[in-house]
Design a protein around this ligand. Structure first.
Ligand code: HSE
Length: 431
């Protein structure tokens, strides 16, 4: 690298699992990263909320004065890895106002206040990059935003939460119950001590909002994502899916409807074993993209963890540094299409309905007639004995959520129906 190159100073907000890996790699790979960026990269300040040493980080860089980082005229780029909405939002806005490009891994913040932040970055002509916010190391943001910029994406389906994928994989492969695997995942450090955000689908919903916004050039926020988690998935559901040569996965789905609206949702699905996403095991993530010209693409890798997430941040850092060094900016967010969100009731899918019924004549006819009265067409029915009762597994052809809900309500009123045990959407199967 010649001696005339600029020095780019980096300030980091947060220094936890991800931040400490970013700091380590910036130090270990400084020469290579600088060569690739076209500028000398220097980590000059690390802001933390609680004072104290951080392993591998020079103590002289650490400060608890977070505002001093975003207001320091000597700092060119801010990396935000502290998480949470505030003070991250205010600090990022301040950094942008001060003409600093920002790299963030903060999915919850972008899925809530992305519009405000991206507009601010656009107005200040700086970059706001966030590859690490969705699916960790997987380069899905840049692929969708840049590589697929010339195509029309029609659908994105992702396994974007490692904790839930780990739990569902163990339930499927080892026949274990949800609560038992959750405990193990917590002991192994995959699941948080409060696992709500993962198991109830909120973490995936933030990522779904970001993927939908990007895919369809519209602003989608987390509160517009229909969200169901996996805490109601039972061993019986998993065994039933297995017997259908399928698996249960928690998917984030963003797709264009026939009315050119966006359906964006997170919920468990039954997926045939032959679908590429069905092969994604344990804590791995994958995003499956369908587009008009490219067809189907799948991106697979580690969705969490210090080093994998740091890899995505450093990729952004090299890109943003090149822009800063040459006084330009990269692709910004685009929301020109401004598509509406489809109401969940109108979204059509196939459904799996597992119910316990009395085992006597006329039962199947009554069940079939209930589905037919709501215009929901049955694809297959399977019956297994349960002593005096029977278990029925009905898979429907594509039907709207509203129609299926009406069906389930009617089924519950039938005297011969002991219980509707579960209703799970079916994806990726021939309809
Ligand atoms: N908790 C997430 C997961 C990682 O289990 O995948 C951070 O989004």
């Amino acid at each position: 690298m010649n001696s005339g190159v600029k020095t780019i100073s980096i300030g980091m907000l947060g220094c936890g699992v991800v931040g400490s890996q970013v700091a380590r790699l910036l130090q270990d790979d400084q020469q290579e990263l600088s060569e690739r960026s076209g500028a000398h990269l220097v980590l000059s300040k690390v802001g933390v909320r609680k004072a104290g040493a951080r392993p591998g980080v020079d103590a002289s860089l650490i400060t608890t004065d977070l505002a001093s980082i975003v207001n320091d005229p000597a700092i060119n780029i801010v990396i935000e890895v502290m998480g949470g909405i505030e003070p991250a939002r205010t600090l990022i806005l301040e950094a942008i106002k001060n003409k600093k490009s920002v790299i963030t891994a903060n999915k919850a913040l972008l899925a809530t206040h992305g519009h405000e932040l991206f507009n601010a970055a656009d107005a200040a002509k700086v970059d706001l990059y966030y590859e690490a916010a969705v699916a960790g190391a997987i380069p899905i943001i840049r692929s969708m935003r840049e590589s697929l910029a010339g195509d029309q994406i029609t659908r994105v389906m992702g396994i974007v939460n490692g904790t839930t994928n780990y739990i569902l994989t163990k339930m499927h492969e080892e026949g274990r119950a949800f609560a038992d695997v959750l405990k193990e995942a917590q002991a192994l450090g995959y699941a948080e001590s409060d696992p709500t955000a993962d198991i109830e689908g909120y973490d995936a919903a933030a990522k779904a909002a970001l993927l939908a916004s990007l895919a369809f050039h519209s602003t989608v926020t987390i509160d517009e994502v229909y969200t169901e988690g996996i805490s109601n998935i039972s061993s019986e559901d998993v065994a039933a899916a297995k017997s259908m040569n399928s698996v249960i996965k928690l998917l984030a789905i963003a797709e264009l409807t026939v009315k050119d609206e966006i359906s964006v949702r997170v919920h468990p699905v039954i997926l045939p074993q032959s679908h590429p996403l069905a092969t994604v095991r344990n804590a791995f993530n994958a995003v499956y993209v369908e587009s008009e010209s490219a067809g189907q693409l799948m991106f697979y890798g580690r969705g969490a963890g210090g080093a994998p997430t740091a890899s995505a941040i450093l990729g952004d850092l090299v890109a943003v540094t090149r822009h800063a060094a040459y006084a330009t900016v990269g692709y910004g967010e685009s929301d020109y299409a401004d598509l509406d969100i489809a109401p969940i009731g109108a979204v059509k899918s196939q459904f799996f309905v597992r119910l316990h019924v009395a085992d006597k004549s006329g039962v199947l006819a009554a069940i079939a007639s209930t589905f037919s009265s709501e215009n929901v067409s049955i694809q297959t029915v399977r019956q297994a004995g349960l002593g005096k009762d029977a278990e029925l597994i009905v898979v429907t052809h594509a039907a709207s959520e509203d129609a299926l809900d009406a069906c389930v309500e009617s089924l519950r009123k039938l005297e011969i129906v002991r219980n509707v045990e579960s209703v799970i959407r079916v994806e990726g199967a021939p309809a």
